[in-house]
Design a protein around this ligand. Structure first.
Ligand SMILES: [Zn+2]
Length: 349
């Protein structure tokens, strides 16, 4: 790909706006978190991503937000919807009256519908439409954000992530892990649409060996001196004693009752278990704890670093995922979320 595709994301609403049927839900909180997640996911594919507002607490009127799409390839405004009828829970995707972007709107809407996977009934479907300003102005868009984007020559879309007046949808949208799933699904749609292939995730970070790691030896391996590796070595797990390019020395077995002190090409070794840092094991972390990021911390599920200041400031753990590895962190004890990180990168304060 020669040119980077640029996407402008708009978090619908600011501050504490549009409460949901479940106490604690605000559309403005949901869309703020979702747009940050979507930004991360899109950037991990290689997109360039802008946001209409840097500050969650500051509003900007809709037309101006749309106009911020100038120079971008696509504008997406993220919302959840509201209506008096609690059963209503369809996903809504709105595209410009020109008809441009209808295909992307439909794909995004379907991805949201599938990801939310709300209970199947006549209220669960995708509504895809465009809305002209008036009968007299059929070529002008009704919605300000779309009108603003179109005024700078960019397709503007509105995606309503179901209705926060529906209990099931509202509950779904209150879970950060679910918003991460939505962000991943929506980013995948856009990546496929614009021809971004596999995610540019660097797996070497996770699998690279280091001293102290426990490894198993691949079948058919030979020692550095060319001699075949005996069968008892394959049957056990070994600690890497030293590691230099092209040469690892494995010595003690995992249970510590055998020592072989043998040199081998690291290509023959497969990571069994990472050497854990003592900090990570020292204390179980919980939501509400204050922590610092370790210097090598990266954004959860990526190899991207946080902004520099995040490494220098105490952070609040706002939530820890069900599997105990993913922590949602924030510079504040409430409100805006800074991001997600594997708990192994956190040091308790
Ligand atoms: Zn909205």
């Amino acid at each position: 790909m020669t040119k980077k595709i640029k996407i402008m994301l708009d978090a619908g609403h600011y501050g504490k706006y549009n409460p949901g049927v479940v106490p604690g839900y605000y559309e403005s909180d949901m869309t703020w978190t979702l747009h940050n997640f979507l930004k991360e996911e899109l950037e991990s594919y290689g997109f360039e991503v802008g946001v209409t507002r840097e500050d969650k607490e500051k509003d900007l009127e809709v037309f101006s937000r749309g106009r911020m799409a100038e120079g971008y390839d696509l504008f997406i405004s993220l919302h959840s919807n509201a209506v008096g009828h609690e059963n209503t829970k369809r996903v809504v995707a709105i595209y410009p009256v020109s008809g441009n972007g209808k295909d992307i709107a439909e794909k995004l809407g379907n991805a949201v519908l599938e990801t939310m996977a709300l209970s199947s009934d006549k209220y669960n479907y995708l509504e895809l439409y465009k809305k002209p300003f008036s009968v007299a102005r059929p070529d002008t868009d009704w919605y300000g954000v779309i009108r603003g984007a179109v005024s700078v020559g960019v397709v503007g879309l509105i995606i309503e992530h179901s209705f926060h007046t529906n209990r099931e949808a509202c509950r779904f949208l209150m879970e950060a892990d679910n918003l991460r799933l939505l962000a991943k699904a929506e980013a995948k749609v856009l990546a496929d649409h614009y021809g971004y292939t596999a995610k540019a995730e660097d797996k070497t970070e996770d699998t690279a060996l280091k001293e102290g790691d426990t490894v198993v030896v691949r079948a058919g391996a030979v020692w550095a001196n060319g001699k075949p590796v005996p069968s008892f070595v394959y049957a056990d797990r070994w600690k890497i004693k030293s590691l230099t390019p092209g040469r690892a020395v494995i010595d003690k077995n995992e249970s510590g009752n055998n020592s072989i002190n043998s040199a081998i090409d690291p290509l023959y070794l497969v990571l069994w278990k990472k050497d854990e840092t003592p900090e990570a094991e020292a204390k179980e972390l919980n939501a509400g704890d204050t922590v610092m990021l370790l210097p090598d911390a990266v954004v959860y599920g990526s190899n991207k670093r946080f902004a520099d200041f995040v490494y220098r400031t105490p952070l609040y753990i706002r939530a820890i995922g069900a599997d105990g590895t993913r922590a949602v962190i924030s510079t504040l004890p409430f409100g805006a979320i800074t991001g997600a990180v594997d708990v192994k990168y956190l040091r308790s304060l």
